[in-house]
Write a new protein. Structure first.
Lengths: 290, 492
């Protein structure tokens, strides 16, 4: 049975909290491919729709010339575990040279929660290669116990290549490459996420995976369909564990509503809903055709 | 110099340890000797990194690839502890270049000290010396090179004796004298002599060589004595106009019997062929050979290479490789290597056994613009073992950032996986000297490394930092930092 190793590894954990949290967390993380503490990075509808709780999700609506402030909040629940939820709040500011986003995420139930505060700086360059840096503050809080956590740093690079009638995107990342000592006891390890995506005429297909230091991986295929300019459908299939995700997002002016669910073939599902505020200017990505 | 090394372990954070050292010393590196990778694979130059185990002198991988350095300090650290430090200093006066180099070990102890004097034609080196460009059969005979199953290229231009770059180098404690043709001349006579004791076992060693080089040919003869045994060798090379045809040979006769290497190379239009053949009289199966054929244009080239050699008393190894390089218009190059290797052997425990391995390596530059490049890396190895097929694979990317005439930075991220019980994976390793080679790992893991150099006038600051986390939970870190000052006059 999979479990959050960071919680299971602590010596002085209150028995009632431990007994209640571990099986519930195991159900939650078993729905995805996550197997250690802080493995759930994003439980928003955009992530569930791509069958990827363990990767920072690509937004449903993404524009090449986004400027200004955007924000979103989401709530996710696990069908089988009462009280086990995940909440996320995100604020981003996009400028001419870079985009800065701060995301707060928590997962757990009353008495035991994992908190993460992630700051990301993405280079907004018209060139084909863009860089991104990420800093995370991870905290495991169990009632009656001192909080445990640390800071992790990561980086990624993405490339965009123009095709005759679309674009090819490739992204590689080093997730949590540098970690402070407190995260080692929680089982936080580096990983290598990567994705290859082809966009054309409002459709995109992406192959995504995340390789862990243990040798585990979980590839997934994600399909995005733009339904006009006001709606977006995302569906995905992943293996190890076998799972499927589906999400729908609707945009009304600057307001975005999205819902999604992730179902594991072996049982277990996660549902999520989000409300967001889109930035002011938005032009479609090359090859998007919206 | 020892105190800063002891304080290293108290520095917080791996990054701090890797970055906050300043090192002294200046290394005089003879002209042409500062090359990071010694590779004489038939079919060179390789389009993709080679496995470390296939390199003739892997200790040269960390040697900085820069022009003549008048000053160099380099420190290598592993897992937060000093591994070795190298420093050298050069002074020039009236056409004579004098240099001193020191190599220190993990406890700050001096492991090698070398002095050199170089004039226009005369060179004198003393101390602990490493031989470079020595004829391969002579180097094996003197135990200054490992006995290799591969067939190395003959060398007829005479060796150079330099300060060792690594504590793993095979060295001689003694002195060497060389008389070379005048710089810029098209040929002339050369003479060299070496005397001393082999550091590994203390055996007395002496060698004397003389030869000549012309516009299209070169030859050299050597006589060597180790302990009570002596040997004599002969090397020669003929080149046609514009080096379209090359014939080289290397022969030796001594205590271990006779041996010979013959190498040919021919270029005809889009076609290029190379072949090497080696024979050892004392070996029951004394012949090994390598052959390569290459064809194509600048945009698309293919190379097929085959090699085989005996291994041990009863075994043998053979390999077939197909390499390709495609450069579509407006796109980055795509290089690939497909190979199949077979190993036969006999042991008392397993009897006769045969192992096969198939592998593929690829690099694709997906994007390039404004001083940036992004290259995807991938490899796969399937090995047949007694326990079944064991697989290993790797996937990664390398980001290159360049500021023309000033600095460059490479950042590489890679994940690798290997089946338990004999699976192995290759991972692209960045080396401080600028070279890249494939390293073998038997456990899954994630690797991150960065390598860069900054040029300020005649000064160059270079460094390498890498970290690997594997499935056992272990973490390995390494760093190398070097500072050098070019002898070339004039700032850029």
């Amino acid at each position: 049975m999979t479990r959050a190793r960071g919680i299971a590894g602590r010596r002085a954990i209150g028995v009632p909290a431990f007994v209640a949290l571990v099986p519930a967390a195991a159900l939650f993380v078993a729905t995805s491919d996550a197997r250690a503490a802080f493995e759930v990075r994003d439980a928003s509808p955009a992530a569930l729709g791509s069958a990827s709780l363990d990767l920072a999700a690509q937004p449903f609506f993404e524009g090449a010339s986004d400027r200004g402030l955007s924000a979103s909040a989401s709530h996710a629940t696990l069908d089988q575990a009462d009280g086990l939820t995940s909440e996320q709040a995100r604020v981003a500011l996009a400028g001419r040279l870079a985009r800065v986003a701060v995301t707060w995420n928590q997962i757990g139930f009353p008495g035991a929660r994992e908190h993460s505060l992630r700051a990301t700086v993405d280079e907004a360059t018209p060139g084909p290669i863009a860089l991104s840096l990420t800093a995370e503050r991870l905290l495991l809080a169990i009632e009656g116990e001192p909080a445990q956590g640390g800071v992790a740093l990561g980086a990624s690079v993405s490339a965009r290549v123009a095709l005759p009638r679309g674009t090819l995107e490739c992204s590689l990342g080093g997730d949590r490459l540098a970690r402070t000592g407190g995260l080692a006891s929680l089982g936080v390890e580096p990983s290598f996420p990567f994705a290859v995506r082809i966009r054309a005429a409002g459709v995109s297909v992406a192959w995504m995976d995340r390789w862990e230091a243990s040798g585990d991986s979980s590839p997934r295929l994600v399909v995005d369909l733009a339904l006009g300019g006001a709606a977006h459908l995302r569906m995905a299939r992943g293996i190890r564990p076998d799972r499927g995700g589906a999400g729908l997002a609707i945009r009304l002016g600057r307001i975005e509503l999205s819902v999604a669910r992730l179902d594991r073939d072996a049982g277990g599902s996660v549902g999520s809903a989000a409300l967001g505020l889109a930035p002011r200017s938005r032009a479609p990505l090359p090859g998007d055709g919206r | 110099m020892m105190r800063p090394y002891h304080r290293l372990q108290s520095f917080p954070g791996f990054a701090a340890r890797g970055a906050f050292w300043m090192f002294l010393a200046v290394v005089a590196t003879p002209s042409g000797m500062a090359r990071a990778q010694a590779d004489s694979t038939v079919g060179e130059p390789a389009w993709l990194p080679l496995p470390v185990e296939d390199l003739e002198a892997p200790e040269h991988l960390d040697d900085p690839l820069v022009p003549e350095l008048g000053f160099l300090v380099r420190v290598d650290v592993r897992d937060g502890r000093l591994r070795q430090a190298r420093s050298a200093l050069t002074a020039t006066a009236r056409g004579v270049v004098a240099g001193v180099a020191v190599l220190t070990g993990p406890r700050g102890e001096t492991q090698a000290a070398t002095g050199s004097l170089r004039g226009a034609r005369l060179e004198l080196d003393a101390g602990r010396l490493a031989a470079r460009e020595l004829a391969p059969l002579l180097a094996e005979n003197l135990a200054l090179a490992a006995r290799s199953g591969r067939v190395p290229a003959p060398r007829a231009l005479g060796p150079a004796f330099v300060a060792p770059v690594s504590t793993a180098s095979r060295t001689v404690d003694g002195a060497a004298l060389a008389w070379r043709p005048a710089p810029g001349s098209r040929g002339g006579l050369a003479l060299w002599a070496l005397g001393g004791r082999r550091r590994a076992d203390g055996t007395s060693l002496g060698a004397l060589g003389f030869g000549a080089r012309g516009a299209g040919a070169a030859w050299s003869a050597t006589w060597a004595r180790t302990g009570r045994s002596s040997s004599a060798g002969l090397s020669a090379e003929w080149r046609s106009a514009r080096a379209h045809s090359v014939l080289a040979l290397d022969a030796i006769s001594g205590r271990t019997g006779a041996a010979a290497i013959v190498a040919v190379k021919r270029v005809a239009g889009p076609l290029r062929v190379q072949a090497r053949w080696r024979w050892r009289s004392r070996d029951l199966r004394g012949v090994a050979s390598e052959i390569a054929g290459e064809a194509g244009s600048r945009r698309a080239r293919l190379r097929l290479r085959m090699e085989g050699n005996p291994s041990g008393a009863t075994g043998s190894t053979s390999r077939v490789e197909l390499e390709g390089r495609l450069v579509p218009p407006g796109q980055g190059p795509f290089s690939f290597r497909l190979g199949s290797a077979r190993t036969e052997g006999f042991s008392n425990a397993a009897g006769f056994h045969e192992g096969r391995e198939r592998y593929a390596v690829g690099e694709l530059m997906v994007a390039r613009a404004r001083g940036r490049t992004l290259t995807l890396l991938a490899s796969r190895r399937d090995r047949e073992t007694l326990l079944g097929t064991r697989r290993g694979s790797s996937l990664g990317g390398r980001l290159g950032l360049a500021w023309p005439e000033r600095a460059q930075l490479e950042i590489q991220l890679e994940g690798f996986r290997a089946d338990a019980g004999g699976g192995t994976a290759w991972s692209s390793g960045l080396y401080a000297g600028g070279a890249t080679a494939l390293r073998t790992y038997a456990r899954p893991g994630i690797g991150a490394s960065a390598r860069g150099a900054l040029r300020l006038g005649r000064w160059t600051l270079g460094g390498l930092v890498e970290e690997r986390d594997d499935a056992s939970g272990g973490r390995a870190t390494a760093a190398s930092v070097w500072v050098g000052r070019s002898l070339e006059p004039g700032d850029r």
